[in-house]
Design a protein around this ligand. Structure first.
Ligand code: ATP
Length: 232
């Protein structure tokens, strides 16, 4: 279980996200839906311990991120927006770099190369990969240490339909394995792909969570979401 309690965080000029609270549970997708600049990436950076909290708590399966940062971080895998990988390192070396940090066996790298159909690009520099394959590499990297919680920042952006569908299937598979999936998007229609699975959606606006709904309820209230998104 991921417990986010009243967190605030920012970049030095004051807090960008304020007093956010939510709980994400096993076998569930938790989505942050919000316009550009709403604070989705900042929230994910705060949850994964990349950005320090100015107040509040993040607790992962009973482990407080502030008290035991390494143990809490180990339970999470993060896919950053724009699938940031090291462009000058080969696919293999990108994975090996993180495998060393997490003390992960070589065998796991090979397993992921196979699973994400990256084997034939093993010795290709990551910067030469197509966007979809860079996304696969970034996802493989996020999964290296077999985290219980996957935090995916705009995972579907700029993917063609087949790649997006295979990512969706991968998310379904990970849910079945018992993982918690968090992802962000600014595109409501993307969520139609997740009808039928346990999915809650939090709408973010100006650094705050303004509404939380089960996906099925939300999709039946589309007009009110337009109101939520309207810039004042
Ligand atoms: P997008 O959909 O465009 O990625 P977002 O919802 O993920 O947006 P954030 O990237 O979290 O939003 O940005 C929230 C606010 O924080 C914005 O006003 C942004 O300008 C500011 N911000 C983001 N990163 C930084 C940074 N490194 N330094 C200062 N301000 C930042």
């Amino acid at each position: 279980m991921l417990e986010v309690e009243n967190i605030s965080a920012g970049y030095g000029n004051g807090d960008v996200i304020e007093n956010l609270s939510f709980i994400a549970i096993k076998k569930e997708i938790y989505v942050l839906l919000g316009a550009n600049g709403a604070g989705k990436t900042t929230t994910f950076r705060a949850i994964t311990g990349i950005l320090p909290l100015s107040s509040g708590r993040v607790v992962v399966d009973g482990i407080d991120l502030w008290v035991e940062p390494e143990n809490a971080k180990r339970k999470m895998g993060y896919l950053p927006e724009g699938e940031r990988v090291y462009p000058d390192l080969t696919v293999y070396k990108n994975l090996r770099f993180f495998a060393k940090i997490y003390d992960v066996e070589e065998e796991r790298i090979n397993e992921l190369l196979k699973e994400f159909r990256l084997e034939k690009y093993k010795n290709t520099k990551a910067g030469y990969l197509s966007r979809g394959f860079r996304k696969r590499l970034a996802l493989a990297r996020a999964l290296l240490h077999n985290p219980d919680i996957l935090v995916l920042d705009e995972p579907f952006s700029n993917l063609d339909i087949p790649t997006a569908l295979s990512l969706r299937d991968k998310i379904f598979e990970m849910l079945k394995e018992g993982k918690i999936i968090l992802f962000s998007t600014h595109i409501l229609s993307e969520l139609q792909n997740f009808e039928g699975v346990k999915c809650r959606v939090a709408i973010m606006k100006e650094g705050k969570l303004v509404l939380e709904e089960r996906l099925e309820n939300l999709l039946s209230k589309v007009s009110s979401i337009e109101v939520v998104f309207k810039v004042d």
